[in-house]
Design a protein around this ligand. Structure first.
Ligand code: SAH
Length: 344
């Protein structure tokens, strides 16, 4: 019999399970707190729960705990990149970024990825499997325990395409923002997608308060297709329409991510088209100097081209920031650390 992944259950489901064992609802609440506030790594840490009930949980449930394999700490900015082992031996990576306003964790949503974006290291070996809600949550719990501090922001921008693991992503958001758990405000959660259009419409209907970030990376359908295979399935105009719909339905401003690749998508023509594309939209553009990976020959844009790109957007009244490059010295970009570790 397959064991129940107890850290992936919400409080209602946990209450139901325990009631089926003849336990009172308050027990479920106690156990839920051990799982999601105290972040226990074994059932025996649940000291206010009877030994008998702990034994039953051990028999019938699996407690997902990630093992920290490696942590690299940036000397430049204190960013920490973690490599975690899952119970089946797969490896995933997560990043802690420390800002003045709090601690932000970037989580992976899949082992590997099947989206094939040309500049991204996570996708080089394809998709291995989806992460379960507990495995996404655990990245945050382990990091919080490691530094002994609260995590205030979560971005689903690590390896994997979150909307390609839709149900588990929703459950993860539900558990993470639950007032009985870590209670992280949905406004402090960002989900980044390469633009799976039907899922973006579905997500808009969930009426969540999370921020949706769209990986745009080009201002024309032609150029986007060269960088992102997903563009073969959904035209850039359709993707933008899905973004407008997300804003209309949720009132949440869209973030566009635009990785600047030297000589590829950073010209005056590119920025002029980008201004046209997002004209009138309530949005924010995040420019990311591409983080070169050794498997591809893409290079970063020149400093002055990056600034020029930003200035031109600003002149049109568009809200824009250049992503601070954090953890440059520790394989900061998606999938780089895992890839290097697996190669060794
Ligand atoms: N699959 C999701 C989330 C993961 S990647 C998505 O596509 O949005 C998070 C962001 O980092 C995406 O915008 C992605 O395109 C970008 N990215 C990946 N590798 C990069 C690299 N080497 N340099 C710059 N940006 C990169």
């Amino acid at each position: 019999m397959e064991k129940t992944d107890i850290r992936s259950l919400d409080l209602d489901e946990l209450t139901g399970l325990l009631q089926s064992w003849g336990e009172k609802p308050f027990r479920a609440k106690q156990i839920y707190q051990w799982l999601h506030i105290r972040h226990v790594t074994s059932f025996d840490e649940m000291t206010n729960i009877s030994v008998k009930l702990r034994e039953r949980m051990k028999e019938e449930c699996e407690l997902v705990v990630l093992q920290q394999e490696l942590v690299q700490i940036s000397k430049l900015d204190g960013t920490r990149k973690y490599l975690f082992a899952l119970s089946d031996g797969n490896m995933i990576e997560s990043v802690l970024m420390r800002y003045k306003h709090g601690n932000s964790v970037c989580v992976s949503s899949q082992v590997g990825c099947r989206m094939g974006c040309r500049f991204c290291a996570s996708t080089l070996d394809g998709l291995v499997r989806n992460l379960r809600p507990s495995e996404i949550l655990e990245q945050i719990y382990r990091i919080s325990a490691d530094i002994g501090e609260r995590i205030s922001n979560v971005v689903v921008m690590g390896s994997g395409e979150p909307l390609d693991n839709y149900d588990n992503l929703l459950k993860f958001i539900h558990l993470l923002s639950d007032e009985n758990g870590l209670n992280i405000s949905q406004r402090n959660i960002t989900v980044s997608t390469c633009g799976i259009v039907p899922r973006m419409y579905e997500l808009a209907e969930e009426k969540l308060q999370i921020t949706l970030a769209l990986s745009l990376h080009a201002s024309s359908q032609e150029k986007r297709k060269e960088l992102m295979p997903i563009a073969n399935s959904y035209d850039i105009a359709e993707v933008l329409q899905a973004c407008r719909n997300y804003f209309e339905k949720t009132g949440r401003r869209i973030t566009f991510e635009y990785s600047l690749v030297g000589g590829v998508n950073d010209t005056n023509e590119d920025v002029a088209r980008l201004c046209e594309l997002v004209k009138g939209m309530n949005c924010h553009i995040n420019l990311i100097p591409v983080n070169p990976i050794k498997e591809r020959d893409y290079v970063q844009s020149e400093k002055h081209d990056i600034l020029n790109f930003k200035n031109r957007l600003e002149k049109t009244g568009i809200n824009v920031t250049i992503r601070r490059e954090m953890g440059r010295d520790i394989d900061g970009a998606c999938g780089q650390l895992r890839k290097r570790f697996l190669e060794r």
